[in-house]
Ligand binder design. Sequence first.
Ligand code: ADP
Ligand code: 5GP
Length: 204
Amino acid sequence: MIHHPGSVFVVSAPSGAGKSTLVHRLVRNVPDLVFSISCTTRQPRAGEVDGRDYFFIDDARFDAMIQEGGFVEWVEVYGHRYGTGRAWLEEVLASGRDVLLDIETTGALNLRQAIPDARMIFILPPSAAALEQRLRSRAKDSDEQVGIRMRHARHEMEQYPAYDYLVMNDDVELAYRQFEGIIHAARAERPRMTPLARRILEGF
Ligand code: ADP
Ligand code: 5GP
């Protein structure tokens, strides 16, 4: 179990639902919210930066980290491995900042064992057809990769009941407002605000 003063947000969605679009905007706009940088064995896509989007590592390094217990959770999807580094996550959480993890559903459920009060957010595409259209228009994956991702999407969609919040990304502005609203609402929850409320009360 990882103890932490800040809030932990986990975001999952079938690939192409618009999660990166929403998450990048959120991390740019909301102060004191740190994006969790996963390790992966896949190659960087155009525009991705090592140490910002992922830590791109090779299979041998990934194996070594598994052996050392260096991952809070890890999975293999689409023929590549992805994992949340334990040391990195513990350090950020200990600093009291909020953390946002963009991870798929199997890893999200495992992470909840380590961090039971994590807020779990699922991004829904408006439909299967819209999802496929977005994957194709993104033009970052081959036809074969799009096919693999669409087959996997149904499995990911079936996991939505495990999540606390479901945000449908049809109109991106509306979806973004809901998404950001969840973060602000969590920050106003009573347990988190109680120390401040006590200090204010002492001034009366
Ligand atoms: P994910 O991170 O979930 O795989 P992306 O954020 O890369 O998805 O989005 C997939 C594609 O869909 C991108 O080309 C993106 O610009 C587009 N997109 C995202 N949100 C919307 C939306 N609400 N309406 C239409 N297109 C969208
Ligand atoms: P992509 O290759 O599109 O960047 O990511 C593929 C999938 O892997 C996405 O669903 C993403 O959320 C997930 N993913 C990225 N990092 C991690 C991680 O550290 N752990 C788990 N379980 N999934 C991850």
